[in-house]
Design a protein around this ligand. Structure first.
Ligand SMILES: [Fe+2]
Ligand SMILES: [Fe+2]
Length: 279
């Protein structure tokens, strides 16, 4: 059994984090300043719906400080935890700080795009982002695996959405940005998937209930705090559907892959996840 407070043993966490860094070489990194050809921007090719979708995903990416803080609160790297837990949390932190840096770049590139495409001006945008950014972000979780199962769904849902939105957009710079973002989200998804897979292998039926609760109560970030979230989500669905349940089949695959023969509880869990999909 994995010690309480940890999602994996420290050795397993170090291994999964190491694989994330292996999959994130320097050649794959990109920056706003060097990797985007801002001179080729052509806002006239952006529809009203696409422009609204860009505003929506900017808000989602920009809530990063609250999201990152959640992981540091739940997996502290200080003297409030015992030595073994600290070592586990310290290994996780190698990932989470890099993850946060990449997500922060997503927020920054989308904000830059909005001003470059005249969707908003810098000051109006900063104010608008601050309204949502200042609201406390919480996840009602009590088991460590839940923080990874949640992020697994969220990373995959975002990756799928960015690909779909890119496919309908004709504006070249947003197409390039969405391609870069979806590749980053795919790597983030793989990290979360590797953690959840290993947790199932180590703890089996003990993580079934906690994962089930994540799916039963699933809310995308900002869904509970942002005014008009659902109206907006519906409005942009005409442009490209933003449906987090698209990610559920990927969670089912992770569970299937984790064990050779599923226990009846794991079997019931994959059936439940499948039943939660939007059809
Ligand atoms: Fe992101
Ligand atoms: Fe991500």
């Amino acid at each position: 059994m994995t010690p309480p407070g940890q999602v994996l043993t420290a050795d397993d966490m170090a291994d999964v984090v190491g694989r994330f860094f292996q999959a994130s070489p320097l050649a794959r990194r990109w920056s706003l300043e060097e990797s985007i050809d801002w001179t080729s921007i052509d806002p006239a090719r952006l529809t009203v719906g696409q422009s609204s979708a860009v505003q929506f995903i900017t808000l989602i990416e920009d809530h990063l400080p609250g999201y990152f803080a959640l992981y540091n609160d739940y997996f502290p790297v200080d003297d409030t935890v015992d030595r073994e837990t600290f070592i586990h949390n310290r290994e996780l932190y190698h990932f989470s700080v890099r993850w946060a840096e990449e997500e922060d770049t997503h927020a920054r590139v989308l904000a830059r795009y909005q001003t470059a495409a005249d969707i908003s001006d810098e000051h109006t945008l900063r104010e608008a982002l601050a309204v949502e950014g200042q609201k406390k972000f919480q996840l009602p979780y009590t088991h460590p695996v839940q923080y990874f199962a949640y992020a697994l769904v969220q990373e995959k849902a975002t990756q799928i959405y960015y690909q779909q939105l890119r496919d309908v957009c004709e504006e070249p710079v947003i197409r390039d940005i969405l391609t870069k973002l979806s590749r980053d989200e795919a790597r983030h998804f793989t990290f979360m998937a590797n953690v959840v897979e290993r947790a199932i292998q180590c703890d089996g039926d003990a993580v079934v209930g906690p994962i089930r609760d994540v799916i039963a109560q699933f809310r995308m970030p900002l869904a509970d705090t942002m005014r008009g979230y659902w109206r907006w989500a519906l409005k942009i669905a005409d442009t490209a559907a933003y449906d987090h349940t698209d990610a559920y089949e990927h969670l089912i695959r992770v569970i299937d892959r984790a064990v050779d023969a599923k226990s009846s509880k794991l079997d019931e869990l994959t059936g439940f996840i499948a039943s939660c999909r939007t059809v």
